[in-house]
Design a binder for this molecule. Structure first.
Ligand SMILES: Nc1nc2c(ncn2[C@@H]2O[C@H](COP(=O)(O)OP(=O)(O)O)[C@@H](O)[C@H]2O)c(=O)[nH]1
Ligand SMILES: [Mg+2]
Length: 347
């Protein structure tokens, strides 16, 4: 994300076509020094040019930042944020934070201003992502729900089934056993897909025939877990849109029948701004307790995590970072922040 923002900043109006001042012409963006230590900025031009928003040109040197200037720069930055899947409410928060952080400060042009913006955005992103950490293994071990039933919901192809299998592996690493309920009886091949995972992992898959009642499958899996003392029941479901009444009713029925301990919305980072809308809709229809954000490995933008957390107010529990069984990690906000703002990183 930072790479996209930086590119935008360096072509902000002030730096693209700097106004000539009394004999001094601001340098083009490309010649802005990388480090102010290695190449100290030239002395400020006199008089100070009138154009605002020139955070990235000589013209700005030595002046105090005014809110109007910050806003002007931010207008440009906003485009980069939106294009990086940061949704509008988060963009607005970042603007407020940036104003608070930078107004009245004196910055040298170029790298200095860029670094100040980066620091402020990082701080803002941290506060967006900050949530009380959820220790799923501890929740399960606490034993309030036995078995602990986790229901996976989300639209088709976002990675529900894959994440479910990965979570079974993660749970096992925590010393917790699981059984899988093949609740996607809608899509041809969905049961088979789970059976393959189950066989590879040595984890029992409870199923009925295709077209069967997913609530009954989930019920059977819970009964199995009770009988065998299995810690967790992982309930797969068919991908659905909130507009698909039948499938939503089906998911509601599963909820009524097995009363999941945790309903997890699985969202695909690659679906950009859509993922936030989906999460909101699923939450409204079914009630969502936590989120899994998949395909971060393939997502060059990165803003979806910020948007999801801020808009839904639900914790991201895990992120998917690849197609292997080990490519699921408990969500760490600081890891995400570093990823978003690393110099030259893809996301
Ligand atoms: N690169 C990548 N691919 C993923 C990830 N999670 C799931 N997938 C892939 O996304 C596709 C759809 O996954 P699936 O679990 O069948 O989605 P479902 O329809 O929601 O159950 C599969 O090809 C998965 O391998 C991830 O974190 N990274
Ligand atoms: Mg599936």
């Amino acid at each position: 994300m930072w790479a996209a923002i930086k590119a935008r900043l360096r072509r902000s109006p002030g730096s693209e076509s700097p106004e000539p001042t009394s004999g001094a012409v601001a340098p083009p963006a490309a010649s802005v020094p990388k480090s102010s230590k290695a190449a100290p900025p030239p002395s400020p031009p006199e008089p100070v040019p009138s154009s605002e928003g020139e955070l990235f040109t000589e013209g700005f040197f030595g002046r105090r930042l005014r809110e109007a200037t910050i806003d002007e720069v931010f207008d440009d930055l906003e485009v980069a944020l939106l294009q990086s899947d940061v949704s509008l409410p988060v963009v607005d928060k970042m603007r407020r934070d940036l104003r608070k952080d930078l107004a009245g400060r004196k910055l040298r042009f170029g790298t200095d201003a860029e670094e100040a913006i980066r620091t402020s955005l990082i701080r803002s992103a941290r506060s967006v992502l900050a949530r009380p950490p959820v220790d799923l293994a501890a929740l399960i071990r606490a034993g309030t729900h036995r078995p602990y039933v986790i229901l996976f919901v989300g639209v088709n192809g976002t990675g529900k089934t894959t994440s479910l299998a990965k979570l079974a592996v993660w749970l096992r690493a925590q010393g917790l056993s699981s059984v899988i309920a093949a609740g996607d009886t809608f899509r041809a091949g969905a049961i088979e897909q789970l059976l393959v995972h189950g066989e590879r992992l040595g984890i029992r898959v409870i199923r009925q025939k295709e077209g069967g009642d997913p609530a009954a499958v989930a019920f059977d899996a819970v009964e199995h877990a009770k009988a065998k003392g299995v810690d967790v029941v992982l309930v797969d479901t068919a991908g659905r849109q909130h507009t698909n009444e039948n499938l939503i009713e089906e998911a509601k029925k599963i909820r009524r029948v097995v009363q999941p301990s945790l309903t997890v919305f699985v969202g695909d980072a690659l679906s950009g701004h859509d993922v936030v809308e989906q999460a909101k809709e699923f939450n409204a229809a079914l009630g969502v307790d936590g989120l899994i954000l998949t395909k971060l490995d393939a997502d060059a933008k990165g803003g979806a995590a910020l948007s999801l957390t801020y808009v839904t107010k639900k914790p991201i529990l895990f992120v998917g970072t690849g197609q292997g069984y080990d490519d699921l990690r408990p969500f760490d906000p600081e890891w995400m922040v570093q990823r978003l703002f690393a110099e030259g990183s893809a996301a």
